[in-house]
Ligand binder design. Structure first.
Ligand SMILES: Nc1ncnc2c1ncn2[C@@H]1O[C@H](COP(=O)(O)OP(=O)(O)OP(=O)(O)O)[C@@H](O)[C@H]1O
Length: 615
């Protein structure tokens, strides 16, 4: 089973432009507000650096302030004439409070943008997921999808709310601080700029490594989700066979493997700040050296020097944060790539361009099904066709049974009729219409499928029945339940039709679940009924009740039934006996028994097994 749905396929710019164009587009207002407050935050930081000049003047006297300083007029107006003792502290408080408010607004807005983007992406993922072909759903383990949904989407959110937000915030701050540094001394500033290529190169290296480690980590998270879903889905078998230790070992192996990658990732991420510090340390030393040289030669005033150093020290934090942002963004890109891979997966089984809506009347007017020379092989086992040269005719209103040993192709024929897969050769038609020429929705509307293990969702009984025909009235739901011999037990449940059935319908017995599934099929009122071993998992009493319900359900409908217990289909109009993908015999029960072939052997084998069970 493929657990690696998406190696990195798309360039970074394409991912960024897709997030921006598709997901951030309708959040422009919030983004503009956040960016405005980021600018306010940055200006406040720059103002703090600038304030160091006047503060120096106050502390060291007027001689400390450079006459050439362009803002000395403003500084004098605000802080001159002894006012500084009041105005300077007030300015510090006002700037810090404004900065705090700006931080809160921009951060909360950006977080909400991140959450909205992720929810929109999850919505798109789910939409694409449920519309995928069965083949592609089968090819990826459900645990991987769970991890796409929860883990990858969260990394994507972090990249936006902590990554994009921080990039914008820190960049604006950096620009403002650079402006202060330039104003204080442009030559010193040039020395500072020398560090940028070095830091960028180092960050590129670290980011690339983080991307690769994140990719592996995501795959392992998918594997871990798989182990957890399997352990929960198989809980009954695990308990019955005492497999707790076995599955715990599996989970531990996954966790240990994942931990290794997480530790590696943590190391890569943590290396971003020190690497930046190494570069900025060298540059700071060079700046200090040159500044001291200038001071010694009377080329720079004390307030300029202090302002420059203040701005440079304040700039360390944005530079550090930017280096970390790169690591968060790298993970987010990898995650977004995987998320988009899920969203972009297009089903192969789609409506043909000129597909028509098929309306199938109930028998006897319609509902005839024909398989003509049908062949099909699953992609996983392309060399061995699952069915080949199959010819089956199901007349409207008749009951046809598909029988045969395990693996002979019975379920595959259902899969093909429902167009879960397309035939490789031959054709399937309903009332003479090739099913590839009609819309998928109308094709599937014409059929009701009742499976051996009915699928119930953790909703109310009424909601589960209503899935047969969304929008059905309460009276119609109850009528369907009556017809399925389910009304009495439903009425006896604690909240009647409003009782939740539990995960997978676990709060109900097998027979009860089956009758709810039959009620659902009753409500669907489809002209063609597909029964897949509908009674084989039940005890005698439940089977009798379900069988009665099924008999009512089959009235005026074409029925195709897969059966292992041949006694339940002895009354079928025609039985098709499959063996290794081919129809080897067909006819009524009596005809097939008279033939004395595979069917007769299977029948005797069945009878003997049933007698053994009774004994
Ligand atoms: N999703 C799949 N991918 C690959 N091979 C498959 C798949 N499903 C079924 N097969 C193969 O196709 C063949 C027919 O399987 P199918 O499920 O149609 O048999 P069946 O008659 O319904 O068996 P059973 O009575 O045991 O349910 C088998 O060899 C099986 O291994």
């Amino acid at each position: 089973m493929n657990e690696t749905p998406s190696p990195t396929r798309v360039p970074t710019w394409a991912i960024v432009s897709r997030v921006a164009g598709h997901y951030l587009r309708n959040q422009r207002g919030t983004l503009a507000l956040a960016i405005f407050f980021m600018a306010v935050y940055a200006l406040c930081t720059a103002a703090l650096a600038w304030l160091l000049g006047p503060a120096t003047k106050v502390l060291f006297g007027a001689g400390a302030i450079s006459a050439a300083t362009p803002d000395s007029g403003l500084a004098t107006a605000l802080f001159g004439g002894g006012k500084a003792i009041w105005t300077l502290p007030v300015a510090v408080v006002v700037i810090l409070w404004t900065r705090a408010l700006a931080y809160y607004v921009q951060q909360s807005r950006m977080d909400s943008v991140g959450e909205r983007v992720v929810t929109a992406a999850q919505r798109d993922m789910f939409h694409a997921l449920v519309r995928r072909d069965l083949a592609s759903l089968n090819a990826v383990h459900s645990g991987t999808f769970v991890s796409n949904f929860l883990y990858d989407a969260t990394l994507m959110r972090d990249a936006i709310s902590r990554g994009v937000a921080a990039v914008a915030l820190e960049l604006v701050q950096l620009v403002a601080l650079v402006a202060v540094m330039l104003y204080a001394d442009w030559q010193l500033m040039l020395i500072g700029i020398v560090a940028i290529p070095g830091v960028a190169w180092a960050m590129g290296k670290i980011g690339g490594s983080i991307k690769r480690t994140t990719q592996r980590n995501m795959e392992q998270t998918g594997g871990l989700s798989t182990t957890i879903t399997e352990a929960l889905d198989g809980r009954r078998v695990i308990k019955a066979y005492g497999l707790e230790d076995h599955v715990t070992r599996l989970a531990e192996a996954r966790l240990t493997e994942r931990l290794k990658q997480l530790v590696k990732l943590a190391k890569r991420r943590a290396s971003a700040v020190p690497v930046t510090d190494v570069f900025s340390g060298v540059v700071s030393a060079a700046v200090v050296f040159y500044a001291l040289y200038q001071t010694a030669h009377g080329m720079i005033a004390a307030d300029q020097f202090i302002t420059f150093m203040g701005a440079m020290l304040l700039a360390q934090q944005p530079v550090r944060n930017l280096s970390q942002v790169y690591t968060i963004a790298s993970s987010g890109m990898t995650a977004a790539d995987r998320v988009f891979a899920v969203i972009d997966a297009k089903p192969d089984i789609v409506d043909a361009g000129n597909a028509a809506e098929l309306v199938v009347p109930h028998a006897p007017a319609g509902g005839g099904v024909t398989f003509k020379n049908v062949s099909f092989a699953y992609a996983a086992d392309a060399a061995v066709p699952a069915v080949r040269g199959v010819d089956i005719v199901v007349k409207p209103g008749s009951k046809v049974a598909l029988v045969g040993p395990s693996g002979s192709g019975k379920t595959t024929l259902f899969n093909l009729l429902l167009r879960f897969y397309d035939v490789d050769g031959g054709a399937i038609a309903i009332d003479g219409h090739d099913i590839r020429t009609i819309t998928l929705a109308s094709l599937r509307r014409a059929m009701a499928l009742v499976t051996q293990e009915p699928i119930l969702f953790d909703e109310s009984v009424a909601a589960n029945i209503a899935l047969g025909r969304p929008g059905a009235s309460r009276a119609e739901i109850e009528q369907a339940a009556h017809d399925a011999a389910a009304h009495d037990f439903i009425a006896a449940l604690p909240q009647g039709y409003e009782t939740r059935v539990g995960e997978g319908g676990l709060k109900l017995s097998g027979g009860q679940r089956q009758r709810i599934a039959i009620a659902r099929a009753m409500l669907r009122n489809a002209p063609i009924l597909l029964l897949d071993e509908a009674t084989s998992a039940l005890d005698t009493e439940s089977e009798r009740q379900v069988q009665e319900a099924l008999t009512r359900l089959m009235k005026n409908r074409t029925t195709i039934v897969i059966a292992h217990r041949l006694s339940t289909v002895a009354d079928a109009d025609t039985l098709y006996v499959l063996d290794r993908g081919r129809v080897v015999e067909s006819g009524s029960h009596a005809e097939l028994m008279a033939l004395g072939g595979l069917y007769m052997r299977l029948y005797h084998h069945n009878e003997a097994a049933a007698a053994e069970v009774k004994a």
